[in-house]
Design a protein around this ligand. Sequence first.
Ligand code: PMV
Length: 317
Amino acid sequence: MKATAIAPSNIAFIKYWGKKDEKLRLPANTSISMNLSNLQTTTTVEFSKDLENDCVEIDKSGSDAPRVIDFIDMIRRRAKVSDKVKVISKNNFPTAGGLASSASGFAALTLAATAAVGLRLSEKELSMLARMGSGSACRSIPNGFVEWETSYAVSLYPPEYWDIIDVVAVVDEGKKDVSTTAGHRSAQSSLFFSPRMAHINDKINQLKKAMRDKNFNQFGEIVEAEALEMHAVMLTSVPPLIYWRPTTIRLMREVINWRREGLPVYFTIDAGPHLHLICQKKDESSIVKRLKAIKEIKKIIVNFPSAGARITALSGF
Ligand code: PMV
């Protein structure tokens, strides 16, 4: 039994940083994100009695295999099967460099593995399961604009709701030095963590209102301030977490300057050095042109709001 699934990465407008329950990957706070059309993982999972060993290939390497097998074991227990598995996963972007490969990776794996083993789960169940692989993966299951409050994520709006885009400026293709799993653990050691928790629900309500009104400037201001707040927590954690590179800071300053010149564009950053420029579709070419003039940028990836994880092939049933 074999299934292939494709899943998008997602960018959080309100970030998930810190957990309430480490083992269950329950978040300290609600997060809100958008699925990304051009940062995707495609995963094929096959369970077969003919396989002698479990085999995992991620972008042609076996890295992260133990984490994938732990996850597959959970699905095998649930489906009561003991067949060996073959997992082949391909990202269309640099793996583990702060472009949320774990989100698209575990969302695609969840869907492909449950389909291949014959489980038919609801979107809620799939989102809950994906969360156990990587927290943010639960947001890559539903469509478009997504909210994750407790143990699973739901769609707030479909992808076509709002013509905004995320232009990713890749500044460094190397692997990051501190994983998000380790980073989440240190969030609460920051003095800024409690004040963040004290006002996060107000911020979420303001963001949701800006989305409801499609008020882009209000939306962008909250998104940018939120990214800086999460990084303030990272920078003041013990030990400190510094994901930025010189080019990250240069780009943040450029974005603020472009805005002063009248271009409505805001940035957000995850646990990595890359900048996500959030803008409206009408400004895409002007922003891409400006980014192309900056030689330190390794790659530019334009993303539209996308559907969530979906099955693309099934066989052997
Ligand atoms: O899903 P994880 O454990 O890789 O955590 C993701 C954390 C951030 O990307 C930094 C924020 C977020 O909400 O996506």
